[in-house]
Ligand binder design. Structure first.
Ligand SMILES: Nc1ncnc2c1ncn2[C@@H]1O[C@H](COP(=O)(O)OP(=O)(O)OP(=O)(O)O)[C@@H](O)[C@H]1O
Ligand SMILES: [Mg+2]
Length: 250
């Protein structure tokens, strides 16, 4: 239902409103409700963390925000940013697929796809941001999992996104590689990119999160500032989730 994505919103204007607004959004795959009745504003500021049990709907929500799937009910609106254009978005999948080329060539491909210059400087700049320039000539598929995740971030940054969506970017990484990714994400967020991250890593949520959206059974169970979420959750669902009681989403 592509026509439910409003790409010329009149309700979202000005520079301090949300980048993206979901109103009464539901997503059903065939007969299966995946997300139900979501009301959510994604505004600029520190990263928003999506938490919730396996199968809750976090990845699907990220795909909705990215426009990879369209709501079956409700509206998803994007606010025009400075210059009157819609926000640029980039998505990093949990297991990014590398092109069978060098790290530098992967970045060049992403720059080309974004319609940007593929000069040596542009490539170096992006590889530097993820501390990979020394591995620029290595086949991307030979990079370690952590290095591949950083390269995936560089490719995403090639789009100069306003909104960067990350689906469990550190799920299979050790603490050192996780920290490297988190440092990049924190820098990108400080530069003004709005980051939304789905994660099962509570430490990561505390370290990176400005606010938390808890998704349970395809619904938003709680949304709070990160500190409040962990110190004084206001819903039973959040208390159960934090106690490790809430394992299944349905
Ligand atoms: N196209 C689809 N058809 C049928 N079911 C789907 C489809 N896409 C997602 N689902 C189901 O929707 C639910 C939510 O999936 P989703 O991947 O969004 O969960 P998640 O919160 O990201 O889980 P995890 O923490 O395991 O990554 C799951 O039960 C999944 O099987
Ligand atoms: Mg997921």
């Amino acid at each position: 239902m592509q026509d439910r994505i409003v790409d010329d919103p009149t309700s979202l204007t000005g520079s301090d409103g949300p980048l993206v607004r979901l109103e009464r959004v539901s997503y059903t795959a065939g007969d299966t409700p995946i997300l139900t009745d979501l009301w959510l504003d994604i505004a600029s500021g520190p990263p928003t963390i999506l938490l919730g049990p396996n199968g809750a709907g976090k990845s699907t929500l990220l795909k909705l925000l990215m426009g990879l799937v369209a709501p079956t009910e409700g509206n998803l609106e994007a606010r025009r940013v400075l210059g009157g254009r819609l926000p640029r978005m980039a998505f990093v999948f949990q297991r990014p697929v590398m092109l069978k080329r060098s790290a530098a060539a992967n970045v060049a491909y992403a720059l080309r796809a974004a319609g940007r210059s593929t000069s040596g400087n542009a490539i170096r700049d992006l590889l530097d941001r993820v501390a990979l320039d020394h591995l620029r000539d290595r086949p991307a598929r030979r990079l370690s999992a952590g290095e591949q995740q950083r390269l995936a971030l560089a490719r995403a940054l090639a789009r100069e996104p306003d909104l960067l969506l990350l689906d469990e970017p550190t799920a299979s990484l050790d603490p050192t590689a996780t920290k490297a990714v988190e440092d990049i994400v924190a820098n990108v967020a400080r530069e003004g990119v709005k980051v939304v991250i789905a994660t099962h890593d509570m430490g990561q949520a505390r370290r990176l999160g400005g606010d938390v959206v808890l998704v349970v059974g395809g619904r938003i169970a709680e949304r709070s500032a990160t500190e409040d979420f962990f110190k004084r959750p206001s819903t039973e669902a959040a208390r159960r989730f934090l106690a490790g009681d809430l394992v299944l989403s349905t």
